[in-house]
Design a protein around this ligand. Structure first.
Ligand SMILES: Nc1ncnc2c1ncn2[C@@H]1O[C@H](COP(=O)(O)OP(=O)(O)OP(=O)(O)O)[C@@H](O)[C@H]1O
Ligand SMILES: [Mg+2]
Length: 146
C-alpha cells in the first residue's frame, strides 16, 4: 500500500479543495474507496471531486438507500457508491457494479471496506480520521499487488 498523500484538513472547504485538485489525477475506470467513521468527510470529498470535474456539487448526496448515484455533465462521469446499508455483496452486483466497471467514469465508493474482498486491484483508498470538530487527517494510498 503506497502512500500518495497525507494531509490534515482544517475545514470542510479545505477538504473540498484537496479533493478538487486530486480529481484531475483520477482517470476513467479508476476505483476510489473512501473509508472513515460517520461524519468523517467522505461525502464532502466526493463533492470536491465533482467540483473538480465540473459537475454541480448540489447533485452530490450520499446514495445510502439507492447504493449508487450517477453524476454526468462534467469532464468525466462520476459514479458514487455508498455501501453503508449494503446487506450482502450480491446487492452490490444487483446495482450493476460490473457494468459500471466497464463504463467510462470514475468510481467512488463510501464505506468501500464493506465489499473489500470483491474490489478491484489496483485501486485508490482515501482514509479519513476525525481529529476534532473541524480537523480531519486524510491519507491517500494506492492498493496494488506488488
Ligand atoms: N475538515 C473537514 N473536512 C470535511 N468535513 C468536515 C471538516 N470539518 C468539519 N466537517 C464536517 O463534517 C461533516 C462531514 O460529513 P460527510 O457527510 O462528508 O461525512 P461522511 O464521512 O460522508 O459520513 P457518512 O458515513 O455518514 O456518509 C460535515 O458536516 C462537514 O461540515
Ligand atoms: Mg457520506
Amino acid at each position: 500500500m503506497a502512500s500518495i498523500l497525507k494531509a490534515v484538513s482544517h475545514s470542510e472547504e479545505e477538504t473540498l479543495r484537496l479533493a478538487e485538485k486530486i480529481s484531475l489525477f483520477f482517470k476513467k475506470g479508476d476505483v476510489v474507496i473512501l473509508t472513515g467513521e460517520l461524519g468523517a468527510g467522505k461525502t464532502i470529498f466526493v463533492k470536491g471531486i465533482a467540483r473538480g470535474l465540473g459537475i454541480d456539487t448540489a447533485l452530490v448526496n450520499s446514495p445510502s438507500y439507492t447504493i449508487v448515484n450517477e453524476y454526468r455533465g462534467g469532464s468525466k462521469s462520476l459514479f458514487h457508491f455508498d455501501l453503508y446499508r449494503l446487506g450482502n455483496i450480491s446487492e452490490l452486483y444487483e446495482t450493476g457494479w460490473d457494468d459500471y466497471m466497464q463504463k467510462d467514469g470514475i468510481m467512488v465508493v463510501e464505506w468501500g471496506e464493506k465489499g473489500e474482498v470483491n474490489l478491484p486491484i489496483p485501486r485508490y483508498q482515501v482514509s479519513f480520521k476525525i481529529l476534532d470538530d473541524t480537523e480531519r487527517e486524510i491519507n491517500i494510498t494506492v492498493i496494488k499487488n506488488d
